[in-house]
Write a protein that binds this ligand. Structure first.
Ligand SMILES: Cc1cc2nc3c(=O)[nH]c(=O)nc-3n(C[C@H](O)[C@H](O)[C@H](O)COP(=O)(O)OP(=O)(O)OC[C@H]3O[C@@H](n4cnc5c(N)ncnc54)[C@H](O)[C@@H]3O)c2cc1C
Length: 431
């Protein structure tokens, strides 16, 4: 069977959601292939993970992430709240009700007219004359072909772009990738007691658990944070190192190892950390969340130096002030060094989302073209969603003018994104 579409979005994480909704709202027939049964990507694999970096200088980056946040905030009772992050150098974050947020994303995708195919994995691109002519995908009915005018790879791992010949690097300069994580929530906690500790990493308790052989040595920094609800604590603590997220066998093994460490940690919290006595584990992730795999090579590669200078690119499509959030790439530490001065920010250029050669392919989200330092900052979910939104919008301009992505008028793209409410982009200041 062959499916015709204007825009094919591969992967329904935050980037793919942004890309598909933006393209469909431009009136383009848009198909979104998502390998799992839920949109959200890492957001779905780590239920309850806050959206960070949506508020550089305390101003919202705008666009779809703002629309989604406001929809949730305006519900009764509110399904999302903006608050300060407890970690040094991070700005405000949005904590939300996971199930309501995902349902709202499905609603937005449906209302925009996206042809959503769940349980559908993109397999192989058919490349001719530097164009993606078709992509095979597989769902329970078997292998099918989709023939799109434009492809936006939002798969996090970039399998299809890599098969299409886009050069890439894996991890940092030594090939080290950040640790993957399995998360869970403790409900029934007495949060006043739990957070009386005033240490976001609960270091003293963690050390005791490690010394007594009851916690894995990589759990020296327990990252626990208040959930949206009064008795809920979100546990983003269990990190498994040395996992190649492009290898399904590695992911399966890491997930089972993560389950064991999460169960162990939940037992430890109940027995050793005041406030958890009557709490229990819930919302254990279905699989590990993968932070870092391929970084595709774009026309421009964002560097740590660009970030440190607070560079605002003329083709900047989203603002960001995230610190260097490096989670256990080469050591068992989590580092959160500020990259921009307080009150400053940088923007992510659209050229880091387009390949040098393939004419009708873009990529968005954590497969962005970035060096290892910049990657550790640009990868927040609000930024991924905005990257997707930019690519979906670019697809409309490519199709309307019948041009390749490399020939896009980037000023016109930025104007279109500004009209959609994205702030602090192009030559405009974030205010
Ligand atoms: C443990 C962890 C903690 C984090 N903490 C935060 C945080 O606190 N705040 C924050 O803002 N960000 C955080 N991040 C970063 C952020 O979550 C990710 O960078 C972001 O979600 C990546 O989005 P994405 O859409 O690019 O990719 P992903 O979310 O990885 O989505 C890719 C999607 O593509 C699908 N897919 C893959 N291959 C195919 C294929 N061939 N065919 C069809 N579908 C496919 C996958 O199933 C998945 O749904 C964290 C990340 C992790 C892993």
């Amino acid at each position: 069977m062959t499916v015709q579409t204007d825009v094919l979005v591969i992967g329904g994480g935050t980037a793919g959601f942004g890309a598909a909704v933006a393209a469909a709202r431009m009136g383009l027939p848009t198909t979104l292939l998502e390998a799992t049964q839920k949109i959200g990507g890492v957001m779905a694999f780590c239920p309850g993970m806050p959206w960070g970096a949506a508020f550089p200088n305390d101003v919202c980056v705008g666009g779809l992430i703002q629309e989604l946040t406001e929809k949730l905030q305006n519900m009764s009772p509110p399904a999302a709240v903006k608050r300060d992050c407890t970690l040094a150098n991070f700005g405000p974050e949005i904590i939300y009700d996971h199930d309501i947020a995902i349902t709202t994303m499905f609603d937005i995708a449906e209302q925009s007219g996206v042809d959503l195919r769940l349980g559908a994995t993109a397999l192989t691109p058919d490349i001719k004359d530097d164009m993606v002519m078709g992509v095979t995908f597989c769902d329970r009915r078997g292998v099918q072909t989709i023939k799109p005018k434009v492809v936006i790879d939002c798969s996090g791992d970039g399998d299809i772009s890599a098969k299409a010949g886009v050069p890439y690097s894996l991890g940092d300069e030594n090939g080290n990738m950040m640790g993957v994580s399995l998360t869970f929530t403790m409900i029934g906690a007495d949060c006043e007691k739990v957070f009386a500790q005033n240490d976001p990493y609960f270091t003293k308790f963690a050390q005791k658990g490690i010394d007594e052989g009851r916690l894995h040595p990589d759990l020296a920094q327990l990252y626990l944070m208040r959930g949206l609800y009064q008795d809920a604590v979100f546990c983003n603590s269990v990190v498994i190192r040395g996992v190649d997220g492009t290898n399904p066998k590695n992911i399966s093994t890491a997930t089972q190892e993560g389950r064991r460490r999460c169960v162990q940690l939940a037992q430890f919290l109940r027995s050793d950390v005041p406030g958890f006595e009557n709490a229990r584990m819930t919302s254990l992730g279905p699989t590990v969340g993968v932070r870092e795999t391929r970084k595709l090579k774009g026309i421009y590669t964002v560097t740590g130096d660009d970030l440190a200078k607070g560079t605002k690119f003329p083709d900047g499509i989203v603002a960001c002030d995230n610190p260097i959030d490096d989670v256990m790439r080469s050591s068992s530490d989590m580092t959160h060094e500020a990259i921009v001065d307080s009150g400053s920010y940088y923007t992510i250029p659209f050229r880091s989302l387009m390949p040098e050669k393939i004419k009708n392919l873009m990529f968005a989200g954590r497969i962005i073209s970035a060096d290892a330092t910049a990657f550790a900052s640009v990868r927040g979910m609000p930024q991924c969603m905005a990257m997707g939104q930019a690519c979906g919008t670019a697809a409309a301009q490519m199709i309307e003018k019948n041009i390749s992505v490399q020939r896009l008028d980037l000023e016109s793209l930025v104007r279109s994104l500004q009209a959609q409410g994205l702030r602090g982009i192009g030559r405009e200041t974030l205010q």
